[in-house]
Design a protein around this ligand. Structure first.
Ligand code: ADP
Ligand code: TRP
Length: 320
């Protein structure tokens, strides 16, 4: 089963990204033929600072490798290293009705937020379709906001196949329903755009500060507390097994401890959980050539498939 996903290189990763996405990728690489790449061409639609894009791209590779994307278990590469994707992007553009792109929520939302509308932003879903179709992907795990893009991919592929026969594999999207939305320090969905994140690779001091700011009610220290609607508990739960969760519930119900204690405990949980990832990250940060080598190996594997596919497609559409 070929499972493919793209990850935007968009700066620091937070706890919501880990439990909402990265952990799922780690599981998928154990059970499927996972293709996973850093979507740096997509990032160019919104980032116009060359140095920053380079840095973010390498950072993203380092972060994903540190958090457990394993190049021996998955094919992990940089989107721009497989140039065939841009050939396919153009070919697919000729099979993409304008109306299909005009309906894309993501484009409309970005424009509404004041991001300058340019052609790449508009045709973003076509490049995403090329990413998916070039590798005969069957399943595309995405966050809810990306479902429509996979639907657009399906529409484009069906249109193409109607002209040329069964050439493109029609993909399905997969949204992990088990993944609960991780709350940020203010209780709303943790998101970069809300400024309420707890970043995975922040310093211990910063972590203490961020966990200290989590919004709670004001039940006095000695009284029993409700864990059900507590943001601190909702976050701590992610790092605990059944027993650990039961123990923490017991501490909430018993009273005698304030939210400060629970926040301190949460800080320790987060810090310890990401300790191995931090160690790996230190290594990669001082061995950036290794990271480039890993990406090159991934690109080579991906390209072998891409080259074969693009040849078939070009032959069909009549590009010599
Ligand atoms: P952000 O909202 O911070 O910009 P992204 O949109 O870059 O995050 O999300 C990248 C991935 O992480 C997506 O698959 C998304 O579903 C997941 N994700 C982000 N925030 C959360 C959250 N608070 N809870 C669960 N999953 C999340
Ligand atoms: N658009 C996706 C996002 O913002 C990233 C992406 C690019 C992608 N190409 C893809 C995801 C192909 C899945 C498949 O998260």
């Amino acid at each position: 089963m070929r499972v493919l996903t793209g990850l935007q290189p968009s700066g620091a990763l937070h706890v919501g990204n880990y439990f909402g996405s990265i952990r799922q990728m780690k599981r998928l690489q154990e059970s499927s033929d996972l293709f996973i790449f850093i979507a740096n061409y997509h990032a160019l639609t919104s980032l116009k600072d060359g140095e920053a894009l380079k840095e973010n791209t390498l950072d993203a590779a380092i972060n994903f490798l540190s958090l457990g994307i394993d190049p021996n278990k998955s094919t992990f590469w940089l989107q721009s290293d497989v140039k065939e994707v841009l050939e396919l992007y153009w070919i697919l553009s000729s099979f993409t009705p304008m109306g299909l792109l005009e309906r894309a929520h993501s484009y409309k939302d970005k424009v509404a937020k004041g991001i300058g509308a340019n052609h790449a932003l508009f045709s973003y879903p076509v490049l995403m379709a090329a990413d998916i179709l070039l590798y005969d992907s069957q399943i595309v795990p995405v966050g809810k906001d990306q479902i429509q893009h996979v639907e657009i991919t399906r529409d484009i592929a069906i249109k193409f196949n109607n002209e040329f026969g069964d050439i493109l594999t029609i993909p399905e999207f997969k949204v992990d329903d088990e993944v609960a939305t991780v709350p940020g320090i203010d209780g709303a969905k943790m998101s970069k755009s809300y400024g309420n994140t707890i970043d995975i690779f922040c310093t211990q001091k910063e972590l203490k500060k961020r966990t200290g700011k989590i919004v709670t009610d004001s039940t006095p220290l000695e009284e029993p507390k409700e864990y059900e609607n507590c943001n601190v508990f909702a976050l701590a739960k992610l790092f605990l097994d059944e027993n650990g969760q039961e123990e923490l519930k017991h501490r909430y119900r018993s009273g005698g401890e304030g939210y400060g204690h629970f926040k301190m405990y949460l800080k320790e949980l987060i810090w310890d959980y990401f300790e191995p990832a931090r160690t790996k990250r230190e290594y990669y940060l001082s061995h950036k050539d290794d990271v480039r080598d890993i990406l090159n190996v991934g690109a080579k594997k991906a390209r072998e498939i891409a080259i074969k596919k693009i040849e078939i497609i070009k032959e069909k559409v009549g590009i010599l």
